[in-house]
Design a protein around this ligand. Sequence first.
Ligand code: ADE
Length: 229
Amino acid sequence: MYGLIGAMSLEVEALMARLEDRCEKKIGMDVFVSGKLFGKDAVLAVCGPGKVNAALCAQSMILHYQPEWILNLGVAGAGDATVSIGDMVVATAAVQHDMDTSPIGDPVGLVSKLNLVEIPCDETLRGKLVRAASAVEGVRVHEGIVATGDQFIHSGDIRSRIHDLFRAKAVEMEGGAVAHACYAHGVPCCVLRSISDQADGHSDMDYPTFAAMAARHSQQVVENLLSGE
Ligand code: ADE
């Protein structure tokens, strides 16, 4: 069984539509839909935006479905100027850019309890995702840090700060929390993001224009990944 989590319905609806032999289960406020996706056992969920929603959903998925791996997919803002709208980022690791206990001597971004700044992604899954993403026509694929926080980034200064601190290639609101839950339970995990905006002063305009296209691309990667397995 493979687990797939998107924050918004836009990010998984094309996959939901392809899910066969569907079975729905509500756990807390999350609805999990399991079935066959491109011939493979899979469970899908829309977790809602933000780290707490994502962590709750990932933990419920792990405890109720025991997935072999979990992929958090969807859209993101660009982490720096080398990443453009329409590009994809496959995470080498995820960070929580708004975690900050530096006033008491910790590095910025240190995730308490895990005692890590960078939560590593599974290398095997990452390699498969890079190959599956490279097969999507006209899309450039980057590998690097995905930075997660409870805010929609729409300022070049904030984006630069996150990039300077973590070398982020993408900024979003859930990957670091899904990775956190997976790390805690020893479940392999990766984050795949398609860029919908530059996370700068134009992101409030770019996002509604490009989110649907970006969301489609990341779902296309999942189709390539599962069909090729
Ligand atoms: N998801 C898509 N664009 C984003 C942004 N600019 N900041 C945070 N999450 C995002």
